[in-house]
Design a protein around this ligand. Structure first.
Ligand code: 3H9
Length: 701
């Protein structure tokens, strides 16, 4: 027996227990332990074997840290063969989440039982992989081809009851004592002489699959999962499950898994998996930092942002009180919330009665005196520093000691806001992204005087409401918006140099961005950037800078909300359409400025838009605004739809080579001047030392 897998005989049932915290991942020791115990059970008096786990979950998958290292025996397929070929029925007893290789272990067992709260799934696609130990062959045999395709290409887990109805598990057991229930289930199977059910023995009737089914699936996925290579290969595996014998299908799956595990896309997505978890850790905070209790939350401002934030807390059962200036504004705020929930209900993602229950946890007030019992306040009014300071002074007067006072500002000085109170240690930024009830990112902004426990509590509450959190120090725009400056600037400069809006956006969309920068500007409203530029004195005095953005706003073309911006929008479908009027205008403006327009490659578009992100990211690191390079990647992937398959701007830069990025920025500096292109000292240093941001990150703790 090993340290991580134990075995005991309980009556006539052999019980294998995996105990490898935190998530019982299939490390070499776990694989070996399962193999040895299955073999041991074959020799003893047991009549059936239960495979269960200690701790918070059933096996959560392969040990991702082993990928990219030399393989160690026994491989997972060998372990699964031992289970499947056992002469005694092996029963998986599932609690928590049986994911990836963990669910594949369960699928190789002869029977699967689970407690009601358990979930099963094959999330490999989220790591740029496919299930490499039979998942693509066994799930379609049990649940059908269509359900398998959906489950494996989305990677989303399925709750026990649904998995049961899909045929993926055999029994949902009552109560929480899974071990006892599983032993009873196993004994009943033995007593009834239940057969050794092997999923491999099921055949799929190929004639039930419509001709062209797989090609159609590939086309759909190519659109949905732009820039990812795993979904297409998952389709090939499921096709193999239909057309080939089990062992041939397994071989095909293995071959494609090997291709993916060594791909840069999977390396990038695995980087993001660990980066996300790392970002939640605050370097200088002890693990045992005490937490404050958050039982009730107040939101100041019931606009789109405030309403979205209120929903985040209501969704996890935390009562919210929303503050507005008058009853009319409050009613408007509640209407936005109701509308958002109605959309969720219409999409089938929320039962209608649950909606009423959630809405009832959000109350409204126009009186700050009602905030005496709240534990956390999030101010979400419009971006005016004086107004925010006024609000924080009022909060200081009414909130109880220890309440966390947060601002949702996108770029104002959190320290200046904190200084408007007598308790700057309780003040920090909680920067949500719009729509706040949907977007995953939460930037937590640490002020000069923010207390450790206020920060630790914010990280914890962020996770509770389902956000991916990243810590930022105070600076204009924090991590994410500060980096956007050069990205948006170059997108517009490229127009002056000869690109059409569609060309710029399509280059970035092919790269994997959900939306190109100009289309994004249209969505956010071109007037927003226009107004922000009005107040800035630091921008170079250059007539071509933001020329098109400025002219379009002055023509009343503010983007999607006015029906036109860089593009025009079909009034019915809201589809974006290239606008010849804008394209001629770009040419005319360039001519007025005597600019020579030229053909520009997609490669140059990517370099000019993405390298400013990387350069600003390097500055942000040297200034200590972000804790680590991977935190910046998390901000971009979860807040700005940077493709996970590229790993975020800093990981992407490491892949291209920092010297290449640095040299190109220097080349652009020669051409366009230092006011636009100035390599960050850290980028220059690392480029010259031949190092990566990741290496710098490890060296700097
Ligand atoms: C696969 O299975 C391939 C096979 O098909 C084929 C093989 C041949 N490995 O998320 P948490 C760590 S691919 C190593 O904060 P939660 C994690 O880094 C895999 N480490 O907990 C963290 O470490 P730290 C398919 C792992 O309760 C700690 O555990 N499976 C793994 O919020 C706690 O994690 C997946 O993709 C792993 N597989 O959520 C499942 N998983 O404390 C991935 C976690 O040092 N895992 N760690 O930061 C998850 O989705 C979540 O961790 C889970 C728990 C839902 C299980």
């Amino acid at each position: 027996m090993s340290n991580v897998v134990s075995y005991e005989l309980v009556g006539n049932i052999g019980v294998i227990s995996v105990n490898s915290p935190p998530v019982n991942a299939l490390s070499q020791a776990v694989r070996e332990g399962i193999l040895n115990t299955v073999n041991a059970a074959a020799e003893d008096a047991s009549e059936a074997v239960v495979l269960r786990c200690e701790g918070r979950t059933f096996i959560a998958g392969a040990d991702i840290t082993e990928f990219g290292k030399p393989p160690m025996e026994p491989g997972l397929p060998e372990v699964l063969s031992a289970i499947e070929n056992s002469k005694k029925p092996v029963i998986a007893a599932i609690h928590g989440t049986a994911l990836g290789g963990g669910f594949e272990v369960a699928l190789a067992c002869h029977y699967r039982c689970a407690i009601a709260s358990a979930k099963v799934g094959l999330p490999e696609v989220k790591l740029g992989l496919l299930p490499g130990a039979g998942g693509t062959q066994r799930v379609p045999r049990l649940a059908g081809v269509e359900a398998a395709l959906d489950m494996i290409t989305t990677g989303n887990p399925v709750a026990a009851a649904k998995a049961n109805s899909m045929g993926l598990i055999d029994e949902v057991v009552e109560g929480d004592d899974l071990q006892a229930a599983a032993i009873k289930y196993a004994s009943d199977l033995v007593a009834s002489g239940a057969p050794l059910k092997r999923v491999r023995d099921i055949t799929i009737d190929a004639s039930t699959i419509e001709p062209g089914f797989f090609d159609a699936a590939r086309k759909k996925l190519a659109l949905r999962a732009r820039g990812q290579i795993a979904p297409d290969k998952i389709v090939s595996c499921i096709e193999a499950a239909v057309n080939l014998l089990m062992d041939e299908g397994l071989e095909r799956e293995r071959e494609l898994f090997r291709e993916l595990v060594t791909s840069p896309e999977s390396a990038a997505m695995r980087h993001i998996f660990f980066a996300e978890r790392q970002a939640a850790k605050i370097k200088d905070l002890p693990k045992d930092t005490p937490l404050r209790d958050i039982k009730k939350v107040a939101i100041i401002g019931g606009g789109t942002m405030g309403g979205g934030i209120a929903m985040c807390f209501a969704n996890v059962g935390i009562p919210v009180v929303m503050v507005e200036i008058n009853d009319e504004a409050l009613a408007r705020g509640m209407k936005i919330i109701r509308k958002n929930y109605t959309i969720t209900v219409a999409k089938g993602k929320l039962p209608a009665d649950k909606m009423e229950q959630l809405i009832s946890t959000i109350t409204g007030t126009t009186d700050y005196a009602d905030l005496g019992d709240v534990d956390l306040v999030i101010e979400a009014v419009f971006e005016n520093l004086e107004l925010k300071k006024e609000i924080f002074a009022k909060l200081d007067a009414v909130c109880k000691p220890g309440a966390i006072l947060a601002t949702n500002t996108s770029y104002q000085d959190v320290d200046a806001i904190a200084a408007a109170t007598n308790r700057p240690q309780d003040v920090l930024g909680l920067h949500f992204f719009s729509p706040a009830n949907v977007m995953k990112l939460l930037e937590i902004v640490r002020g000069e005087k923010t207390a450790d426990d206020a920060l630790a509590t914010s990280m914890q509450i962020g996770k509770k409401i389902g956000k991916v959190c990243a810590l930022s120090r105070v600076c204009y725009g924090f991590i994410g918006n500060r980096m956007l400056g050069g990205y948006g600037r170059e997108a517009q400069m490229l127009l002056m140099d000869g690109c059409t809006p569609a060309q710029v956006d399509s280059a970035l969309e092919k790269f994997g961005m959900a939306m190109g920068p100009l289309a994004m500007g249209d969505l956010a409203g071109l007037d927003v950037g226009y107004k922000a530029r009005e107040g800035r004195t630091d921008l170079p005095d250059d007539p071509k800078l933001y020329r098109m953005g400025t002219l379009l706003v002055e023509m009343g073309r503010h983007g999607q909300k006015t029906g036109s911006g860089f593009y025009k929008y079909d009034p019915e479908t809201r589809r974006r359409l290239s606008d010849p009027e804008v394209e001629s205008m770009i040419k005319e403006e360039a001519a007025k400025l005597n600019l020579e327009q030229r053909d520009i490659s997609d490669e140059e578009i990517l370099q000019r838009c993405l390298y400013p992100l990387i350069n600003e990211g390097a500055l942000i690191l040297e200034e200590g605004i972000a804790q680590r390079p991977s935190d910046i990647d998390v901000v971009y992937v979860f807040g700005y739809a940077f493709p996970a398959a590229k790993g975020g701007p800093m990981h992407y830069a490491d892949q291209i080579g920092l010297k290449n990025v640095y040299d190109k920025i220097c080349e652009f500096r020669e051409r366009d001047g230092e006011m636009y292109w100035k390599p960050a000292p850290l980028l220059e240093k690392l480029a010259k030392e031949g190092k990566t941001f990741a290496e710098w990150g490890s060296e700097n703790g």
